[in-house]
Design a protein around this ligand. Structure first.
Ligand code: MG
Length: 216
């Protein structure tokens, strides 16, 4: 699978996702806060580029949107510290960590992995990416999701429990980052269910926009 950075195609490698990175979202799902970043993965084939038809999995009756800032890793990094962490990010985009909430609730209750809830085809929706050089201060990025013209989520990186350099250094040191990896950085409050025909519009700080329509 591939994404676009400044109009150039880049192959996508691992898709990392961070859970519970905003206090208000953790609270709305009744989750405790974590002492360290909570990480899960999505399969490469779950990627869905901007504008492609968004088809919900037939085995869920409650697929939620989670609008998130997405980082595109530009170079390999294994032992990077927080100070230099942002230097390995090539671009910034916006996306949706789609979640089959009913399937996730069942997995949580039974202590099973989240893969079926979070990793189906089309579960990792991403915009094109703007080059890091065009983002003055990533720590201050804001983003939003509107559905059918009504704003549902607003995110502000200043409210992250684990700021971007902490996330990047933690992933690099534990798993190793590779050029082409994506990092979904967690969703703010306001998640909810998608329905056939919904039109989603995402905006990253006026720098990048993306839209999808849910298949009827
Ligand atoms: Mg999420």
């Amino acid at each position: 699978m591939q994404v676009k950075l400044d109009g150039q195609t880049r192959p996508v490698n691992t898709i990392f996702c961070i859970g519970r990175n905003y206090a208000a979202h953790a609270a709305e799902l009744g989750n405790a806060l974590e002492a360290e970043p909570m990480v899960f993965l999505k399969p490469n084939a779950s990627l869905l580029r901007e504008g492609a038809p968004l088809c919900l999995p037939g085995y869920s009756r409650d697929v939620h949107y989670e609008c998130e800032l997405v980082l595109l890793v530009g170079r390999d990094a294994d032992d990077i510290g927080e100070d230099g962490a942002l230097s390995c990010i090539a671009g910034y985009g916006i996306g949706l960590d789609l979640t089959a909430r009913d399937v996730q609730a069942d997995a949580k209750a039974r202590g099973l992995p989240w893969t079926r809830a979070k990793g189906f085809r089309g579960a990792a929706c991403v915009s094109d990416f703007v080059a890091a050089a065009q983002v003055a201060d990533p720590a201050q990025l804001q983003f939003s999701l509107s559905i059918n013209g009504e704003q549902r989520q607003h995110g502000d990186c200043r409210l992250m429990l684990f700021p971007l350099p902490v996330l990047i250094a933690s992933l690099a040191q534990t798993y190793g980052l590779r050029a082409g990896d994506l990092i979904f950085t967690g969703t703010p409050q306001g998640v909810g269910a998608l329905h056939g025909g919904d039109r989603l519009q995402l905006d990253l700080h006026g720098l990048v926009q993306a839209s999808w329509q849910v298949a009827a």
